[in-house]
Ligand binder design. Structure first.
Ligand SMILES: Nc1ncnc2c1ncn2[C@@H]1O[C@H](COP(=O)(O)OP(=O)(O)OP(=O)(O)O)[C@@H](O)[C@H]1O
Ligand SMILES: [Mg+2]
Length: 382
């Protein structure tokens, strides 16, 4: 008996397109199956690029689901590049063009038709977490990447926006070496370890003079929010550049619901600088939610804890700012190695002490819940 498209769709029910992260059936990407000679079933799947960089991942989820349904003795998946008109249909399905005046007003930057900043919409469920620190090298990017993976492991939809114009290290840390694909004019972020990633590094070459980058960021950030298909994110993490600078200002404008987490190392000097970035966030009315102390200790081969960078800085900073200390992350060379190799520790060694510390951080962030937007101008006068 010939296998029908309905049967194939039933077998693939709930199977996600790996990078769009929506069901293939819902996206209308399943073609008419071909019942070939000898009981072989060929299932065509529409793809956004041909060749598709994540072809293996797509084929394997589809084949696995079809094999489970026992539809045929031999099954083949045939990937077919979508036509321009199908890409446009898909684009409009993913991000319906907006022409309503209400939306235009609610989204001051989404003024052109179809250009909507989803993170500014009133019903957005996405929590935006800005990972900041006053100074470089304290572990913002490592924290962003590993916290993102820890949240994804809990079943959340997570994206990272690498807004570090000076450093852009997130794609490398996630092992991503390709640029976003396009669905018509919509950018599709590459996915690694269940985390979607967009980076300034995809658009700026290493040769771009650093002094041009700051001013570029404001416009670039707008683009990253409006022209990227982020989907239904639970969390969007921003790896912020070091310092108090421009990006916090842009976030205040484009991501007014951002919550700020400050990363610091345990010594007092780092703490004072971190405090400055925290005050900058306060001035922009971005709620500061907590402190993450990184490189808190090192456990030697002798099993002893060594306090290489001193002690107590995270707690003191948290107390000064009146927010909780959310985590203490130990100094472990595998964190660096994982970052350098593009296989973060939370993915490669999920049960290690440091991965459990990132899991605990994810739970602490989860437990905090979304920030309530506080507006001082609405305060009752006493
Ligand atoms: N807990 C840790 N244990 C060991 N190495 C770590 C840890 N956290 C970060 N590192 C390493 O320290 C270096 C700096 O970390 P990272 O790049 O995350 O910091 P950053 O604050 O983002 O720096 P930048 O300001 O340059 O963007 C990296 O080589 C990273 O792998
Ligand atoms: Mg960094």
């Amino acid at each position: 008996m010939a296998v029908t498209k309905e049967e194939v769709e039933a077998a693939l029910n709930g199977v996600l397109e790996p990078e769009i992260r929506k069901p293939l059936v819902q996206l209308g990407l399943i073609g008419e199956p071909i019942n070939a000679w000898g009981g072989k079933l060929v299932v065509p799947i529409g793809v956004v690029a041909d060749p598709l960089p994540y072809e293996e991942a797509l084929k394997s989820v589809v084949l696995e689901a079809l094999a489970k349904a026992n539809l045929a003795s031999k099954i083949d998946v045939e990937l077919r590049g979508l036509s321009q008109s199908d890409l446009l249909r898909l684009r409009n399905l993913l991000k319906p063009p907006s022409d309503s005046e209400a939306q235009t007003v609610a989204n001051p930057i989404g003024h052109e038709q179809g250009r909507v900043n989803q993170f500014m919409e009133s019903g957005t469920k996405t929590r935006v977490l800005g990972i900041s620190s006053g100074k470089g090298g304290v572990g913002k990017s490592s924290t962003s990447v590993n916290l993102a993976i820890a949240l994804a492991k809990k079943g959340y939809e997570v994206g990272i926006l690498d807004a570090d114009v000076y450093g852009f290290s997130v794609p490398k840390m996630l092992g991503i070496s390709r640029n976003p694909l396009l669905i018509d004019d919509l950018m599709l972020p590459p996915v690694a370890y269940g985390v979607k990633c967009i980076s300034v590094g995809f658009f700026v070459s290493d040769e771009t003079p650093v002094i041009w980058r700051g001013p570029m960021l404001h416009k670039a950030l707008e683009q990253f929010l409006v022209d990227v298909y982020w989907g239904d994110l639970d969390f969007l993490l921003l790896d912020m550049p070091p310092g108090t600078g421009d990006v916090a200002l842009s976030m205040g404008q484009y991501l007014p619901k951002s919550e700020i987490l400050v990363v610091t190392t345990p010594q007092p000097a780092a703490q004072r600088v971190a405090q400055r970035s925290a005050y900058a966030a306060r001035q922009l009315k971005l709620p500061l939610r907590g402190v993450i102390e990184n490189m808190s200790w090192f456990v030697g081969d002798d099993g002893k804890k060594y306090l290489i960078f001193g002690e107590g800085g995270g707690k003191e900073l948290a107390d000064n700012l009146g927010v909780p200390l959310l985590a203490q992350i130990p100094l472990v060379s595998d964190v660096r190695v994982g970052g350098d190799d593009g296989v973060p520790i939370t993915a490669s060694a999920p049960n290690s002490e440091v991965s459990r510390a990132y899991d605990a951080l994810a739970s602490a962030v989860e437990a905090l819940g979304p920030a309530r937007v506080y507006r001082s101008e609405l305060k009752v006068r006493g």
